[in-house]
Design a protein around this ligand. Structure first.
Ligand SMILES: NC(=O)c1ccc[n+]([C@@H]2O[C@H](COP(=O)([O-])OP(=O)(O)OC[C@H]3O[C@@H](n4cnc5c(N)ncnc54)[C@H](O)[C@@H]3O)[C@@H](O)[C@H]2O)c1
Ligand SMILES: O=c1ccn([C@@H]2O[C@H](COP(=O)(O)OP(=O)(O)O[C@H]3O[C@H](CO)[C@@H](O)[C@H](O)[C@H]3O)[C@@H](O)[C@H]2O)c(=O)[nH]1
Length: 486
């Protein structure tokens, strides 16, 4: 293929929007259009308030929007025009039927493929940007070929998984560790890989553009997420042992991380990992292993999720146990609801499970997050698991708590001091920088006594808090006498 001049991306979400904005910024001669069925999302991309919060994103979008970057709901038209079609639709965990609770739901992907086939009158490169099970390209190829009415139209499918993390998307896209492109080992496959590589070559050094076969690229993405999550579960499991023995998980992690074979990143003990990817992708990996008869391998990766669930339960038990085994009727401030700092995304945030655990014990929660709105928090707390990633499905599955129960027990505050006033305890759920700068003398004075801090992210100055008078639980750190079981 000659140098691509028109790119269309199906799916204007956390991946499609930022990745296409970066391509448009770096490749001014390419027309990039991001399409989505969700009209309000597209309207937001065309407005001054983008649909996602991501540091630096607005500046990139503003620099190209209306020049070579466009957002539209006219999916069929823009796909038909494109040389390269990225598919960046959601691939959530299946909620029902075969593989429910584990397998990836490829319904959105298949819908996109059928649409591409039906509107294409010219050959195209189709790029899997979504995270998909290994061998998806084969299935999608069949859908494309069987549904396209024009026999001359050829589709070359590439796997080009995305490794950006939310909150640092623009940084990650500007300076990626690597760009991975998988393609068929045929002449046309290699040509397609070269065409896509030429897009990234506008700003990514050649040695960081890795080429692989299709199945290796697909599997690398699932494995990368599984291994990142595995590091967190490993250090989180050790955080429990630290509390039991008087070791300090941050000191242990530092000692481990200075071994150049281990490295220092992704060793921060936490209340648990969240986000739309880790759990979903590990469950998908587990399902694939089970499907090919590798039960021992499936069990190994499943244990990463089990430890993550254990960590969240352990945190709830610590809160309730420390507060004399009951939080019934007690106000507890929840600082942070997003799954990590610098994002407003709440998908699979550990805060949901912790809040549910506390509500089950009849606590009254007062939640503050600088980027998450009240309606989102209420939706998350009254929604069944996995429903968050099915934006187009009607409601219906069973909810853990009714909306009425959530209304009765939860309030959301736009001011952290109001959230904490009158509370018995505050729980740090997200590592927002602004929490470190709060006036804890003022907060302590406004709280019931004994006043507890449960730091699920280890971001606060625990010694200072103790000197103010707080009882402090710091995850994976030696327990102060008040918190030790007799
Ligand atoms: N969120 C991340 O940080 C991240 C990072 C790397 C990879 N991924 C993967 O990328 C994919 C997309 O993730 P996301 O977070 O951007 O999801 P998202 O839910 O934010 O966005 C997906 C968008 O696709 C749209 N869509 C679905 N079907 C469509 C169709 N047939 N036609 C047009 N639009 C359609 C939806 O309306 C939605 O706006 C997933 O497979 C995910 O696992 C996500
Ligand atoms: O040492 C750590 C690092 C992270 N986390 C938590 O792990 C979760 C995930 O964090 P992170 O990986 O930074 O964010 P994501 O946006 O979920 O990004 C992951 O998932 C994306 C989607 O597949 C991939 O593209 C990225 O490479 C991968 O890092 C969050 O809850 C973090 O708080 C920890 O608890 N301890």
């Amino acid at each position: 293929m000659a140098k691509p001049t028109r790119i269309c991306c199906i799916g204007a979400g956390y991946v499609g929007g930022p990745t296409m904005a970066m391509i448009a910024l770096k490749c001014p001669e390419i027309i990039v259009t991001v399409v989505d069925l969700n009209e309000s999302r597209i309207n937001a991309w065309n407005s001054e308030t983008l649909p996602i919060y991501e540091p630096g994103l607005f500046e990139v979008v503003k620099a190209c929007r209306g020049k070579n970057l466009f957002f539209s709901t006219d999916c069929r038209y823009h796909v038909a025009q494109a040389d390269i079609v990225f598919v960046s639709v959601n691939t959530p965990t299946k909620m029902s039927g075969v593989g429910a609770g584990k397998a990836a739901d490829l319904a959105y992907w298949e819908g996109a493929a059928r649409m591409i086939a039906s509107v294409s009158t010219s050959s195209k490169i189709i790029v899997e940007k979504s995270t998909v099970p290994v061998k998806t390209a084969e299935a999608i190829g069949k859908v494309l070929r069987r549904n396209c009415p024009h026999p001359d139209v050829q589709f070359e499918i590439l796997s080009n998984p995305e490794f950006l993390a939310e909150g640092t998307a623009i940084q990650d896209l500007t300076n990626p560790d690597r760009v991975l492109i998988g393609g068929k080992e045929t002449e046309s496959g290699r040509a397609a890989v070269a065409a896509l590589a030429s897009v990234y070559a506008h700003w990514v050094p050649a040695e960081r553009i890795l080429c692989a076969n299709l199945w290796s690229a697909e599997l690398s993405k699932l494995t990368a997420n599984a291994m990142l999550a595995q590091r967190i579960s490993s250090v989180n499991s050790i955080s429990a042992l630290c509390e039991a023995t008087g070791a300090d998980v941050q000191q242990v992690a530092h000692a481990l991380g200075t071994d150049s074979r281990i490295g220092p990143k992704f060793l921060n003990a936490s209340v648990g990992f969240g986000g739309s990817c880790f759990q979903k992708d590990i469950l998908n990996l587990v399902y694939i292993c089970e499907s090919v008869g590798l039960k021992r391998v499936a069990d190994y990766w499943h244990s990463v999720i089990q430890i993550n669930d254990y960590q969240k339960h352990r945190f709830v038990e610590m809160v309730i146990g420390s507060m004399f085994n009951t939080v019934s009727g007690k106000k507890i401030a929840i600082l942070g609801f997003a799954f990590k700092k610098d994002t407003g995304d709440t998908r699979e945030t550990p805060a949901i499970d912790v809040c549910h655990g506390l509500i089950a014990d009849d606590a009254r929660l007062s939640i503050y997050d600088p980027q998450v709105q009240q309606d989102q928090i209420f939706r998350d707390l009254s929604m069944p698991k996995f429903q968050w990633d099915h934006p187009m499905l009607p409601n219906g599955a069973q909810v853990p708590f009714s909306s009425r129960e959530i209304d009765r027990t939860v309030s959301v505050s736009s001011d952290p001091y109001k959230a904490c006033a009158g509370s018995h305890a505050l729980c740090v759920m997200t590592e927002w920088d602004e929490f470190k700068a709060l006036d804890f003398d003022r907060i302590f004075a406004s709280m019931s006594k004994p006043a507890f801090v449960f730091d699920g992210r280890n971001i606060l100055d625990h010694e200072r808090l103790r000197s103010i008078g707080f009882i402090v639980y710091a995850l994976g750190k030696p327990l102060e006498p008040f918190l030790q079981k007799q």
